[in-house]
Design a protein around this ligand. Sequence first.
Ligand code: CO
Length: 134
Amino acid sequence: MLGRLNHVALAVPDLAAAAAAYRDTLGARVGEPQALPEHGVTVVFVDVGNTKIELLEPLGDTSPIAAFLEKNPSGGMHHVCYEVDDILAARDHLKQSGARVLGDGNPKIGAHGKPVLFLHPKDFFGTLVELEQV
Ligand code: CO
């Protein structure tokens, strides 16, 4: 079911500073910021060749990463995203296996214009898992 690692997401308190650190200090290829109001984040993708790093900054008053940044004020790893071929089949398999799908259980359109779902971190060893249909 699980395909390749699509990205690792880092929540950061200052997106411009994080993007500059990846671009200038680490010498990575850094994209332009994209505001995703329906997800409550502004995102910058960093292309590291075999995968991507997704830098996330809160957007709006009800950002899902605001509480994470309160607990981790300097930022931290927020989630990992794996690719799947069929997100509805993956969801049904996971639910049957007892894993919890966050939200209403229906895929939303993510940062790449593809359907995504999130799985409860307590079911996956303390890591929030995103699935993206590719
Ligand atoms: Co993501």
